[in-house]
Design a protein around this ligand. Structure first.
Ligand code: SAM
Length: 426
C-alpha cells in the first residue's frame, strides 16, 4: 500500500508539501497527518520530514548538481521524493538499498520520472558524501535572507557556528519543581550550569518518571534564563503578559511568585491551564491583550516573552527557516515595540521589566531594547551578572543582556533577554 495512512515515506512527502507549499507549521500538522500510522512508522515519517528540512539546502544543492536540467517547480512532489530519498541515504543511516527501493516506489510506475529518481538516488549513494564535502554546508542549509542577517550581525565565523549548531537535533531539557539532583538521577539526566536537566530526547515524555505527578516540565535551558533574571521572586507579584503555554509562568510560580498569566490566545491559555493543573501550581489566568491590560495591583515585575520569528528554535523546528521572511520580522517588530511601550506604562518605580524573544534576529532583540531606551527615559538597563545564571558568562553580551546562541552550552535555543528597571520619579 502506498498511501499516507499506511506508508511513512508517502506521509513524509505529504508533510513536506504542507510545510513548503502550504506554509503550515510542521508541529501543528504532525498529529493529524500521522494519526493512522503505527508508532514506529510515525517516528520514521517525522524523522524523514524534519531531517529533510534540517538539511534542505544541501539536499537541493546535490539534486541541482546531479541533474543536467533544473527540475520544474511544478513537479514539487517529485522533488520531495528525491529529498527524502537523499535524507535517508546521507543523514539517517537507512541502508541505501532499502532507502532507494522504498523511495522509488513512491513514484507511479508509469511516470517518466521514475527512472530519473532511481538513478539520482543511486548516484547519491555512490557520490553524495564526496559532493557534500565540497559544499559550504552550514551556509547552504540556511535561507539566504537569514544567512545575510546573521553575517551582518554576528560575523561570518559565528554565522557558520550558528548554522552548524542548527543542524544538530536538540536533546530534551527539563525544568524541575524540586531537587534537581534527585530528578537528574531518576531521569538519567545531566544537570546543566543553570540548573536545567538534560537527557536524550524521548519519543513519549509522558511515560518518564515524575511527568504525571507534575514534578517537571519541558523547557529549553535558554528559555529558563528570562524568569531567572527577576532573582528571588518569593511573594512578589509578576505579570507574565505573553504567558502561554506557560513554561516561564510555571518557573515563576514554582519559585514562589504570585503570577498573573495573561495571553491573547484562548486556545493556548487552555494549554497553560492544563499545564498548571498537572504541575499543581496556582496562578491567576487571564485571557486578554497585553497592550490593553491595566493592573489592579502594584506589580513587582513584568515578563514580556514576546511573540517573535522563533529563529532561535531551528534545531527543534527546522521548518521555521522556510516559513518566516523579512516581512514577518518587520511585522513582529512593530508588535514587540507596542508591547514594550505598554509594559513600561504598567510598571511603577523600581519594578523590573524582563523582555525576551526566542529569536536570533537583532531586530527583535538587541535593537528593540536599544530603541526602547532611546524613546523611554523612565527605564534603565540592569545588566546581568554571570553569577545570577549559573556562571554562564558566554551568554552575556557587552551591554549585560542575554544573547544565547544554538552552539552555547552544548546546544541551546537562540534567545535574547534584557532586564530593565523602572526609575523612581517616573
Ligand atoms: C513566545 S510565546 C510565549 C511563550 C511563553 N512565555 C512560555 O514560556 O511558554 C508568545 C505568546 O504571546 C501571545 N501574544 C501575542 N500577542 C499578544 C498580545 N498582544 N497580548 C497578549 N498575548 C499576546 C501569543 O498568543 C503567544 O502565546
Amino acid at each position: 500500500m502506498n498511501n499516507i495512512q499506511t506508508n511513512p515515506r508517502r506521509a513524509a512527502v505529504h508533510l513536506l508539501t504542507r510545510v513548503l507549499q502550504k506554509h503550515q507549521l510542521l508541529e501543528e500538522i504532525l498529529n493529524p497527518v500521522l494519526k493512522d500510522l503505527s508508532p514506529r512508522d510515525r517516528s520514521l515519517s517525522r524523522a524523514l520530514a524534519s531531517t529533510t528540512l534540517r538539511h534542505l539546502g544541501v539536499i537541493d544543492g546535490l539534486i541541482d548538481k546531479m541533474l543536467d536540467r533544473p527540475l520544474s517547480e511544478k513537479i514539487f512532489e517529485i522533488r520531495h521524493i528525491l529529498r527524502i530519498g537523499i535524507a535517508q541515504i546521507l543523514f539517517l543511516n537507512i541502508p541505501s538499498h532499502a532507502a532507494v527501493h522504498d523511495t522509488v516506489e513512491l513514484v507511479p510506475e508509469k511516470s517518466k520520472y521514475r527512472g530519473m529518481v532511481n538513478a539520482l538516488l543511486r548516484r547519491t549513494d555512490r557520490q553524495g558524501a564526496k559532493l557534500l564535502h565540497q559544499m559550504d554546508v552550514p551556509k547552504h542549509n540556511t535561507p539566504p535572507w537569514l544567512w545575510e542577517n546573521w553575517v551582518a550581525h554576528y560575523g561570518d565565523e559565528t554565522a557558520h557556528e550558528i548554522a552548524a549548531a542548527n543542524m544538530t537535533e536538540a536533546e530534551l531539557d527539563i525544568s524541575v519543581k524540586g531537587d534537581p539532583q534527585k530528578w537528574a538521577k531518576l531521569l538519567d539526566a545531566d544537570i546543566l550550569a543553570n540548573g536545567s536537566l538534560r537527557r536524550p530526547a524521548a519519543s513519549d515524555i509522558t511515560s518518564l518518571p515524575g511527568f504525571s505527578d507534575g514534578e517537571w516540565w519541558v523547557q529549553d535551558a535558554a528559555a529558563s534564563i528570562p524568569a531567572a533574571l527577576f532573582g528571588n521572586v518569593e511573594g512578589k507579584t509578576i505579570l507574565d503578559c505573553c504567558a502561554a503555554p506557560g513554561g516561564k509562568t510555571a518557573q515563576l510560580a514554582a519559585s514562589g511568585a504570585k503570577v498573573i498569566a495573561l495571553d491573547r490566545s484562548k486556545g493556548r491559555m487552555k494549554r497553560l491551564a492544563d499545564n498548571m493543573n498537572r504541575l499543581q501550581l496556582t496562578v491567576d489566568i487571564q485571557v486578554g491583550e497585553a497592550e490593553n491590560y491595566s493592573p489592579e495591583q502594584k506589580l513587582d515585575g513584568i515578563l514580556l516573552d514576546a511573540p517573535c520569528s522563533s529563529t532561535g528554535t531551528l534545531r527543534r523546528h527546522p521548518d521555521v527557516a522556510y516559513l518566516k521572511s523579512p516581512a514577518d520580522i518587520e511585522k513582529l517588530g512593530s508588535l514587540q515595540m507596542r508591547l514594550l511601550d505598554a509594559a513600561s506604562k504598567q510598571l511603577t518605580p523600581d519594578a523590573i521589566l524582563v523582555y525576551s524573544v526566542c529569536s536570533l534576529q537583532a531586530e527583535e532583540g538587541e535593537h528593540q531594547v536599544d530603541n526602547l531606551l532611546k524613546r523611554d527615559s523612565s527605564l534603565k538597563r540592569q545588566p546581568v551578572n554571570a553569577a545570577e545564571i549559573g556562571g554562564l558568562s558566554e551568554v552575556i553580551n557587552a551591554k549585560g543582556d542575554i544573547r544565547c546562541l544554538p552552539q552555547h552550552l552544548g546546544g541551546m535555543d537562540g534567545f535574547f533577554a534584557a532586564r530593565l528597571v523602572k526609575l523612581s520619579g517616573s
